[in-house]
Write a protein that binds this ligand. Structure first.
Ligand code: ATR
Length: 290
């Protein structure tokens, strides 16, 4: 592996969020910079809501190259930027900022990352019937990506109003029909009986709630392809249950590594070493698990 020490010309990137102590992005991006011998470094910044505007201004003042934006700032950061690309505007969330000659430009790599994940597994979204669990920011990016590829989508959410709101907003922005259902046993059974692809875009199953799954295992079938965006633990209860049912499964590390790879490409203009990033992310998640 190649590497560079931090010096006077090192370019700085980072992630800002609250909390960030368990973020695996520093491990993932620094591994990629070392792999390509790029003189960049990536740092974590714990930024609360009252520090967000100052942090964005600081990025400009310190001439940082880029920043990932994570919970809880993906929406609030939008009015603080000079420009937001059309895809991020449509999704309504920014997870990457690029400082291009003093102009701060916001993008969203979650939607494109989800499409790369599907492509990487040879999955064609067109015409697929999809059940998406969740109606928050992550679900919106997933819905947008799938709708742009012509999938037929049912959104299931614990809070019915949020499912309906998300479906209406996505339908307006993508010009496609969305079904919205409250998560209950009858609706889950109905949606999963006709679905080809299931996507968990909630935090259900994330440590320390790793014994939970958004779906009871009897509803899973070998016909299903199951994608979980939760990556901690690396194999969630949903993924384990789906494997046992004979389904094709894709865990959260792929989505994590793809959104990171696309951010890396925006900042450096170089093709990201995806496998290196995925392995570094897996190591970092495992070290948190121990
Ligand atoms: P993100 O940006 O990661 O998507 P979010 O916008 O807070 O985060 O959305 C979290 C999603 O996970 C929501 O759909 C939430 O359901 P509600 O709308 O009912 O709150 C869902 N979620 C989180 N914890 C959940 C739980 N224990 N049971 C069911 N749904 C849950």
């Amino acid at each position: 592996m190649k590497g560079t020490a931090i010096g006077g010309k090192t370019r700085i990137c980072g992630v800002m969020g609250d909390p960030v102590a368990h973020s695996v992005s520093p491990a993932m991006h620094n591994a990629a910079f070392r792999e390509l011998g790029l003189d960049y470094a990536y740092l974590p910044f714990n930024v609360g809501a009252d520090g967000l505007a100052g942090a964005v201004e600081g990025m400009r003042a310190l001439n940082m190259v880029g920043m990932n934006v994570t919970i809880p700032h993906k929406v609030a950061v939008i009015p603080l930027l000079d420009e937001v690309d059309p895809l991020a505007q449509q999704i309504g969330a920014v997870n990457v900022i690029h400082n291009k000659g003093g102009r701060l430009i916001g993008s969203n790599t979650d939607a494109e990352g989800f499409l790369r994940l599907l492509e990487g597994h040879g999955i064609q979204a067109r015409g697929m019937r999809v059940a998406v669990f969740g109606a928050g920011g992550a679900a919106r990016a997933v819905c947008f990506a799938l709708a742009s590829r012509g999938a037929e989508i049912t959104i299931l959410n614990r809070t019915a109003d949020k499912a309906a709101g998300c479906a209406a907003e996505m339908a307006e922005r993508t010009g496609r029909a969305f079904e919205a259902l409250e998560t209950n046993p009858a609706n889950l059974a109905r949606a999963l009986a006709k679905a080809d692809l299931l996507v968990n875009a909630t935090s259900i199953g994330m440590a320390p709630g790793a014994d939970k799954s958004p779906v009871s295992r009897e509803l899973l079938d070998r016909r299903h392809t199951v994608v979980d965006i939760v990556y901690n633990p690396i194999k969630t209860m949903l993924v384990r249950d789906a494997e046992k049912a004979g389904a094709v499964t894709i865990g959260g590390l792929d989505m994590l590594a793809w959104q990171g790879a696309l951010a890396f490409e925006i900042w450096t203009g170089r093709a990201a070493p995806f496998d290196v990033m995925r392995r570094a992310a897996a190591r970092a998640v495992k070290s948190h698990e121990e």
